[in-house]
Design a protein around this ligand. Structure first.
Ligand code: ADP
Ligand code: MG
Length: 660
């Protein structure tokens, strides 16, 4: 059964569903409510002043709309409930007028004022006969909550096979509901208990599935043989001695881990987890150098071209004096330039190639690839972790991640990888002074900006709004540019960077910012982790409440990259308590711990999350106990080869093995 088979889903709604990431019936059924409305209709005589209540009422007077100003209107009508006639008002719902026909029964949600006999409604519900629990789904424009309720209902009635990914013996052991019952109850619960029973089962299934992959990868990785390199510690150490600074103790430990990995017969499969600016690139470069000494090629992959070219510049500086040939390969390169590089890569003239993920996917051939380094690995789902490795014979793999997460969680969700954690930061680094400002305190921000500009420094401005796809929000960034132009008398050159620009345009703007031609760079989060322009000493983040703390921390890591004092201003009218954690601390691990405390899994997986490591119903913090159980159970399931009886896991394994 396909989505289109459901009555009411035409081309238009199909597109809307797709934009909610719903492509199949399974997606629809796994699109769980993010909350529930408890409909509890009371008698008006029991209504409490200033408390939201729900009343069943019949409309007795024609609805009238008043347009007060743009985007602001008011709808008035009379309704009767238990012999009391109320004056009902609701704001900004002019579009409901035609639904409010005389005698129609509705449920009014809002506050009753007995003295004035008025009712200020926040919502009006139709077609509700009784108390119930109403699921609330994420929506996009053009699709209503009721649409989704109906579609889910049809799907639940008409779909026949609903696959269950929990092995039978575990279903029995935990007395779980059947998958179908669980889906039924999560979407159409009769009481809170239903929601609890259904969600624990669905969470367990999701986490079991996830931990199965991690544990299976761990199992094959622990057995995988790699290249046993014959390189002396002192020789590799030459790279470290050549650096203009001393490594921190955590950096030294990480290089020791890597030395051991690369010189023993097991394949390296290591994650370096460290805060922004903790110096992970140097560690990766050490691995690359060691790999070079043993006669193998390396590949380094970054999530964006900007980051790739930046890595290229900084790594080349360190490696070329040690005779390592480094090349950059990007999608925006000219054809013959590209093919020249591809040829030298194939015949082994290039020792290190740096690029984006296209490096691996686009049929690039190596002479003898021995090491793959992946920057910002949290972007790539578990399933993708392995695809990086099917080039060459059995390349060792090193992942770098600037999303510091508490160690206990790291050990679980990265359970298939060995970990090197970097906590200490290079000494002599000044902490970034961070301030949370309300929108009406924007003057303070502008003054500070002016101060920094006068010192010849540059500024990043980040706004999450540009990322939204509708034209409206795009304008709000242009608004920002206009604002600054007014504030600074058109005297400061401003650049704008957002996802809709072509790569070439992005690079040009980035280049101008790097050379200092552009003083203020307004952007979405495209200037992601890693971008390095040391002369920028200030960052202003608008609508900071839209970001998780870990993301904000990563973003502000763009500044404070030299010995000059740097600043970060978070502009927000909401959620300031949470944001103040960033005023308090510059320690990514502490911040992510707080983020976990306040928002469950925090934004471990980034703002625009991708990959499989995002959960539809489970939450890493709240459901940590379930996760641990699923980890244990899936391990046993693998050890007992339980997957041999289950098609689903059989296929998953085939996929993993094939990739491997
Ligand atoms: P990360 O990738 O972890 O965000 P980088 O590797 O880009 O951090 O390092 C940030 C900056 O700090 C770079 O300019 C790098 O040269 C410098 N750096 C790295 N390690 C040290 C150190 N031990 N002492 C001083 N500076 C360092
Ligand atoms: Mg090894």
């Amino acid at each position: 059964m396909e989505l289109e088979d459901i009555k009411g889903i035409g081309n238009n709604l199909l597109k809307k569903l797709n934009s909610l990431n719903i492509y199949t019936i399974d997606d629809l059924l796994e699109n769980y409510p993010y909350k529930y409305n408890f409909i509890n209709i009371i008698d008006i005589n029991n209504a409490v002043e200033n408390e939201t209540c729900m009343l069943k009422a019949n409309i007795v007077g024609e609805a009238k709309v008043q347009y007060i100003k743009r985007n602001f209107n008011r709808l008035n009508f009379k309704a009767i409930t238990n012999n009391i006639i109320l004056n009902v008002t609701i704001f900004n719902r002019a579009f409901l007028k035609n639904n409010l026909t005389i005698n129609r029964e509705v449920v009014l949600v809002g506050k009753y004022n007995k003295l004035k006999n008025s009712f200020i409604a926040s919502d009006i519900k139709f077609n509700i006969t009784d108390n119930k629990i109403e699921p609330v789904y994420h929506l996009v424009e053009g699709i209503t909550n009721n649409n989704i309720i109906k579609f889910v209902d049809s799907a639940l009635q008409e779909v026949d096979g609903i696959p269950d990914y929990i092995p039978d013996y575990l279903n029995k052991q935990y007395h779980f509901l059947s998958k179908r019952d669980a889906l039924n109850l999560i979407h159409k619960p009769n009481n809170i208990d239903d929601i609890k029973k259904a969600s624990i089962r669905l969470k367990y299934e999701e986490l079991f599935n996830f931990m199965f992959k991690i544990n299976y990868l761990k199992k094959i990785n622990s057995k995988a043989k790699g290249i046993k390199r014959d390189v002396k510690w002192e020789d590799a150490n030459k790279f470290i001695l050549n650096l203009p600074f001393e490594l921190t103790s955590d950096q030294i430990n990480a290089t020791k881990d890597i030395y051991n990995d690369l010189t023993n017969e097991n394949r390296m499969n290591r994650l370096v987890l460290g805060d922004v600016g903790s110096g992970k690139t140097v560690i990766a470069t050490y691995a690359i150098y060691l790999n070079y000494l043993s006669g193998y090629q390396s590949a380094l992959m970054a999530p964006t071209e900007i980051l790739a070219s930046q890595h290229f510049e900084s790594i080349k500086k360190n490696l070329e004096k040690l005779n390592v040939k480094v090349a950059l390969l990007t999608g925006s390169m000219k054809k013959n330039e590209k093919s020249k590089i591809l040829t030298s890569l194939k015949n082994g003239e290039i020792n290190l190639i740096i690029g984006t993920h296209a490096l691996i996917s686009e049929g690039v051939e190596f002479h003898n690839l021995g090491l793959v380094v992946t920057d910002e690995q949290h972007r790539f789902g578990v399933g993708q972790r392995n695809t990086l490795r099917d080039k060459g014979n059995v390349p060792d793999v090193l992942y770098l991640s600037a999303t510091p997460i508490p160690r206990t969680y790291a050990l679980t969700i990265y359970g298939d990888l060995d970990l090197s954690i970097i906590k200490t930061k290079p000494s002599g680094r000044l902490e970034i002074i961070t301030k949370v400002k309300k929108e009406d305190e924007i003057k303070d921000v502008l003054y500070k900006m002016l101060e920094e500009l006068k010192l010849g420094h540059q500024i990043y401005v980040v706004s999450p709004l540009i990322e939204n796809n509708d034209g409206l929000d795009l304008k709000s960034v242009l608004d920002l540019e206009e604002k600054f132009n007014v504030a600074f008398n058109n005297k400061i050159s401003i650049g704008i960077l957002h996802g809709k620009l072509k790569n070439k345009e992005k690079d040009e703007i980035m280049e101008k910012f790097k050379t200092g031609e552009i003083k203020i760079l307004i952007s979405t989060t495209v200037i992601e982790v890693g971008v390095d322009v040391p002369n920028s000493t200030m960052m202003v983040i608008y609508n900071a409440e839209r970001f998780g703390l870990a993301t904000l921390h990563q973003l502000r890591g763009r500044v404070g990259r030299n010995s000059v004092q740097s600043y970060c201003y978070l502009v927000s009218n909401k959620d300031t308590q949470r944001l103040k954690v960033l005023e308090e601390s510059n320690d990514g691990f502490y911040i992510s711990e707080k983020d976990f405390e306040m928002r469950g899994q925090g934004d471990l997986f980034g703002v625009k999350q991708s990959g499989e490591a995002t959960f539809k119903i489970a939450n890493l913090k709240e459901d940590y106990k379930i996760l641990l159980q699923a980890k244990k159970d899936s391990m046993e399931f693998i050890d007992n080869k339980g997957y041999e009886d289950m098609d689903y896991y059989q296929k998953m394994i085939e996929k993993i093995n094939f990739i491997n």
